[in-house]
Design a protein around this ligand. Structure first.
Ligand code: NAD
Ligand code: MG
Length: 390
């Protein structure tokens, strides 16, 4: 029996993870859950899975959750940063699923690793902002970090049984999102509603916008750099509109090993939960004959400037990726609020990065300071965009 803490249990990844738990009660038990604003769903999850503890961001929400759970139940209700940390590091937990969105996931993920927990990592922003710190802590605490992101799970699966020194290149695939073929001059008119419709995946709002700009792939290149210890010049990206080949590893003899499957996050989540075993999932089979063909294209850097920005941030090193991530979170939020246009997202990020003097990541405070600075600067630049245009 594996005891799971699910940070961000009310989100897209969190609810998929709970579906897997519900289908395998003989294997998994839930020890902790955390949520943010969807208290009705969180209350349902607490009733159904009876975790030892649950956490929400503040005292008011904790009181509201308590009200919803009126009948006496044994779950301890916690709040704030302390509550989140308690859920991430509880003694009874074997594996923490890190599925909060954005850099809000950094502190609890680090707390889980520090507490010696294995982590199934969906929250890519953590590795983007604090890659060296996270990987150093993983080594020091001797824990395992299992990728949940479908591309990284595909690479992880394609590495099984092979020697790392034989790897020549990682190839990440990207769907290209909803605007892959839209004439470039129409990108400025793109609405949040249109950007929130992803052709292949059902995901949270922030990552769906990241997929449309392809910053998601940029964040994933940085994530892969740290997870697999492969330099950026050995990580390539191909557009693959069908999202069937989830990513590939090229070896020095020319062999390319890929992992394929229908686009459903339950497969990579389940692999992270049950590794090295595989467990049954009730998913439709991949029907390649029905699909007929799989296609691959180069990335057009004019259409997707965010990908280049991510490679640049990685090259600058230190705190540059943390600032890239923070500026992206702000720009995406402003776009969703209708305050900036879709092509302003990369502009806000670029201008924020241009003003940043990266410093080496020494500790958590270095990362948090860069995150704060990135947010403040990007907010200021977005406000200018609102008044004057960028
Ligand atoms: P989501 O928006 O659906 O869910 C986010 C979760 O985080 C929710 O439970 C929410 O309550 C919680 N949360 C949000 N802000 C919070 C805060 N400030 N403090 C505490 N909790 C907070 O997001 P998602 O699509 O499930 O993505 C989660 C993470 O997984 C992201 O980092 C994303 O990049 C990554 N990821 C998602 C997918 C996917 O298919 N959805 C695929 C790969 C990677
Ligand atoms: Mg992905």
């Amino acid at each position: 029996m594996k005891n799971l803490a699910i940070l961000g249990s009310t989100g897209s990844i969190g609810t998929s993870a709970l579906e897997i738990v519900a289908a395998h009660p003989d294997r998994f038990r839930v020890s902790a859950l955390t949520g943010n604003s969807n208290l009705n769903l969180l209350a349902d999850q607490v009733r159904r899975f009876s975790p030892i503890r649950v956490a929400v961001p503040d005292e008011e929400r904790a009181a509201q959750l308590k009200q919803r759970l009126a009948t006496s139940h044994g779950t301890e209700i916690l709040f704030g940063a302390e509550g989140l940390t308690a859920c991430a590091s509880g003694a009874e937990t074997d594996l923490v699923i890190s599925a909060i969105v954005g850099s809000a996931g950094l502190i609890p993920t680090l707390a889980a690793i520090e507490a010696g927990k294995d982590v199934a990592l969906a929250n890519k922003e953590t590795l983007v902002a604090a890659g060296p710190l996270i990987m150093e802590t993983v080594r020091r605490r001797n824990v395992q970090l299992f990728p949940v992101d479908s591309e990284h799970s595909a690479i992880f699966q394609s590495l099984q049984g092979h020697r790392r020194k034989d790897v020549r290149r990682l190839i990440l695939t990207a769907s290209g999102g909803p605007f892959r073929d839209l004439p470039l001059d129409q990108l400025r008119k793109v609405t949040p509603a249109a950007a929130l419709i992803h052709p292949n995946w059902h995901m949270g709002r922030k990552i769906t916008i990241d997929s449309a700009t392809m910053m998601n792939k940029g964040l994933e290149v940085i994530e892969a750099r740290w997870l697999f210890d492969v330099p950026a010049d050995k990580i390539d990206v191909h557009i693959h509109p069908q999202s069937i080949v989830h990513s590939m590893v090229e070896y020095r003899d020319g062999a390319v090993i890929a992992q394929l499957g229908i686009p459903d996050m339950k497969t990579p989540i389940a692999y992270a939960l049950s590794y090295p075993e595989r467990i049954s999932l009730d998913l439709p089979p991949l029907d390649l004959c029905a699909l007929g063909k799989l296609t691959f294209l180069e990335v057009d850097s004019r259409r997707f400037p965010c990908l280049g920005l991510a490679y640049e941030a990685l090259q600058h090193g230190g705190t540059a990726p943390a600032v890239l991530n923070a500026a992206n979170e702000v720009a995406v939020e402003r776009f969703l609020l209708g305050e900036i246009a879709f092509p302003d997202i990369p502009l806000v990020i670029r201008r924020t990065l241009e003003r940043h003097e990266p410093v080496p990541i020494r500790d958590l405070e270095t990362v948090l300071a860069a995150d704060r600075w990135g947010r403040e600067t990007a907010a200021m630049i977005s406000a200018t965009a609102l008044v004057e245009g960028l």
